[in-house]
Write a protein that binds this ligand. Structure first.
Ligand SMILES: Nc1ncnc2c1ncn2[C@@H]1O[C@H](COP(=O)(O)OP(=O)(O)OP(=O)(O)O)[C@@H](O)[C@H]1O
Ligand SMILES: [Mg+2]
Length: 254
């Protein structure tokens, strides 16, 4: 089982879009996949058309009250969702008392035999929820939007990564994914080249292009694979899934 946190404290960079579509891409290929909605906003659930206001989910798991199996919701064939749950906001604020940081990690051992991939969609923040997610994860996907502010905040993430590696005595496998890539915009290409300087061995080969389908499908509770006709969004996320399986990295433009 690969446990992957999708994380960037910067908002709107494509964390949820990447979690929703990448997880579905793996499920379509026949892998068993669980998505954990670690954002109290519940955007992952909404993206899959499974949002329920009073859901119980990862909030209860973190509080040690429920097992993963008791809160999962079927999202698609081979794909299941652990909703955020209505109390996740209080958990995030630390209002649920002292919780064990390893709670999610421990809870996931019960599904290790049945699941191939766990994707954790993180909120745009640092704080307790990120602590729990990173304690559970072995890998990290950092989506970075190909715009001029992209590189800002990356040093914060790297600092957080370093802190956790030291604290937990583990080394994360780190993957950077370029999102919102405008093929006709010089800036996108420049940002991607700059990222390559920082992450020569960590950028996945496929960049996710800016695509209307990706902006539109969440409001229908659908992924790009369910949109009618072939589209860039489905193509790019299927390609990204292959990269992640094979560890295929970006080495610069041909
Ligand atoms: N490649 C893309 N092409 C077009 N629109 C995109 C693309 N990726 C993301 N978007 C849109 O950009 C917005 C932000 O994306 P998303 O919600 O995935 O970001 P996020 O990092 O999860 O945000 P938050 O930090 O609020 O959780 C959404 O409206 C989404 O539909
Ligand atoms: Mg999000």
């Amino acid at each position: 089982m690969r446990t992957i946190a999708v994380i960037n404290q910067k908002g709107g960079v494509g964390k949820t879009t990447t979690t929703a579509n990448l997880a579905h891409a793996f499920a379509i290929k026949g892998h068993s996949v669980t998505g954990i909605d670690m954002d109290p906003q519940g955007h992952l659930a909404a993206h899959w058309g499974r949002y329920q206001k009073d859901a119980q989910g990862v909030d209860r798991v973190l509080q040690g009250e429920k097992a993963i199996a008791e809160v999962v919701v079927s999202a698609r064939d081979n794909l299941q969702l652990v909703p955020a749950g209505r109390d996740l906001k209080s958990v995030e604020r630390g209002e649920s008392g002292e919780l064990s940081p390893g709670q999610l990690k421990d809870a996931l051992t019960s599904v290790a035999d049945t699941q191939d991939f766990i994707f954790i969609d993180c909120p745009p923040a640092s704080g307790l929820l990120i602590d729990y997610a990173l304690t559970a994860a072995d890998e990290m996907i950092i989506p970075v939007a190909a715009d001029y502010l992209a590189l800002r905040g990356l040093s914060d993430i790297m600092e957080t990564v370093g802190k956790f590696e030291q604290q937990l005595d583990k080394k994360f496998k780190l993957w950077v994914v370029v999102t919102r890539f405008h093929t006709r915009r010089k800036l996108s290409w420049e940002v991607r080249n700059k990222l390559l300087e920082y992450f020569p061995d960590n950028m996945l080969a496929t960049s996710i292009r800016e695509a209307t389908v990706l902006a539109e499908c969440p409001s229908f509770g659908k992924t790009a694979f369910e949109y009618k006709g072939a589209n860039f969004g489905a193509y790019d996320y299927a390609s990204l899934a292959r990269d992640l399986l094979n560890g295929e990295c970006y080495r610069g433009q041909e």
